[in-house]
Ligand binder design. Structure first.
Ligand SMILES: C[C@](O)(CO)[C@H](O)COP(=O)(O)OP(=O)(O)OC[C@H]1O[C@@H](n2ccc(N)nc2=O)[C@H](O)[C@@H]1O
Ligand SMILES: Nc1ncnc2c1ncn2[C@@H]1O[C@H](COP(=O)(O)OP(=O)(O)OP(=O)(O)O)[C@@H](O)[C@H]1O
Length: 288
């Protein structure tokens, strides 16, 4: 049995460019891998071919363990693409990344498992082939195949690795409710004057470790759309503004908000926020 990690991500600025004929949206955003991670225990039983399948168990009862799990979708797509006889594999998924949280939890599991499967089969598929195979399963999966700080375009599959020299930690505050990516995107069309993130300024700030330039350039079109109709997000954002003078930003399609803190005050800030948000999941993470 081998154990692989599937880390989360945050979006540092997210602009939606347009709605595509496919119904998806083209994006310009920055994504960064962070240390919060799921664990996936993988065991190849040795059985292959007819009757071999993927057997999933997990520690969370509200995560599907059949064909609805992103791991299963990746497994099926991999063997269809390669025409290899299916290996029987048992996976135990230890979830630590909250779902419907804007942290890429399911997609990260899919990306980590796809990398593992391909490695087991002597890297039969190229990175481009894995991106192509996975982007339709989860638009964030291609990012996790690279798993470095990136500027992401397209629907999330056009990735350019960028430098992240920020000397700070990331504190996540995840409220009890979740948000589905589909709902967040559906709201975008209601936005009359979306406020764009300064992506170039964010990239320069990351490269030069200029935290204030990063913080003052972050916007998220998905959050702006949700604020128009999602009472939970509205309430939570107000709460963040009133109980703390820190700047919080929604990651991806939400519901998690994050703030960036200098390393020397990270622990005490984490303790303060855990106290202020007892009804939320609060995580202290570092950039990977
Ligand atoms: C919000 C982000 O997490 C930013 O990193 C991603 O864009 C969303 O990634 P994801 O949750 O893996 O998204 P998927 O599960 O592939 O898609 C869920 C739904 O989000 C919408 N969707 C997703 C990605 C995209 N570029 N445009 C979209 O419109 C589609 O309605 C899609 O049916
Ligand atoms: N391995 C998995 N981990 C988490 N959720 C999964 C998984 N497989 C399928 N799901 C289902 O997919 C839904 C979306 O999962 P999740 O939100 O973690 O994925 P994501 O789209 O990559 O992340 P997010 O949209 O939160 O950034 C979950 O609500 C769950 O029902």
């Amino acid at each position: 049995m081998k154990r692989i990690e599937a880390n989360a991500k945050i979006n540092i600025g997210l602009n939606i460019l347009e709605k595509l004929p496919s119904g998806y949206h083209s994006l310009d955003m920055v994504m960064a891998p962070i240390s919060l991670a799921d664990e996936i225990e993988v065991e190849y039983t040795g059985r292959r071919g007819e009757g071999a399948d993927l057997i999933i168990t997990t520690n969370k009862s509200d995560i599907p363990t059949g064909e609805g799990n992103i791991l299963y979708k990746v497994y099926r797509a991999y063997y269809e693409k390669t025409n290899l006889p299916r290996e029987e594999i048992r996976v135990h998924l230890i979830k630590k990344i909250p779902h419907e949280a804007g942290l890429g939890g399911g997609s990260s599991d899919g990306g980590a498992f796809l990398r593992e499967l391909n490695k087991y089969h002597n890297n039969l598929l190229s990175l481009e082939e894995m991106v192509d195979l996975s982007k339709g399963i989860g638009a964030d999966i291609p990012f996790f195949l690279i798993n470095r700080c990136c500027r992401a375009k397209g629907i999330g599959e056009k990735l350019e690795v960028v430098e992240n020299n920020l000397e700070c930690e990331v504190i996540l505050v995840k409220p009890r409710f979740g948000v589905s990516a589909g709902e967040a995107y559906a709201n975008f069309s209601r936005l009359k004057k979306p406020k764009a993130a300064g992506i170039e300024k964010i990239l320069t700030g990351l490269k030069e470790n200029n935290i204030s330039n990063v913080l003052c350039s972050i916007e998220n079109h998905l959050e702006q759309g949700l604020i128009l109709t999602n009472g939970d997000i509205n309430e939570f954002k107000d709460r963040l503004l009133t109980v703390s003078d820190m700047k919080f930003f929604m990651s991806g399609s939400g519901s998690t908000y994050f703030t960036l803190v200098k390393r020397n005050i990270a622990q005490e800030t984490y303790k303060t926020l855990k106290n202020l948000f007892k009804d939320c999941e609060v995580y202290l993470c570092n950039f990977l």
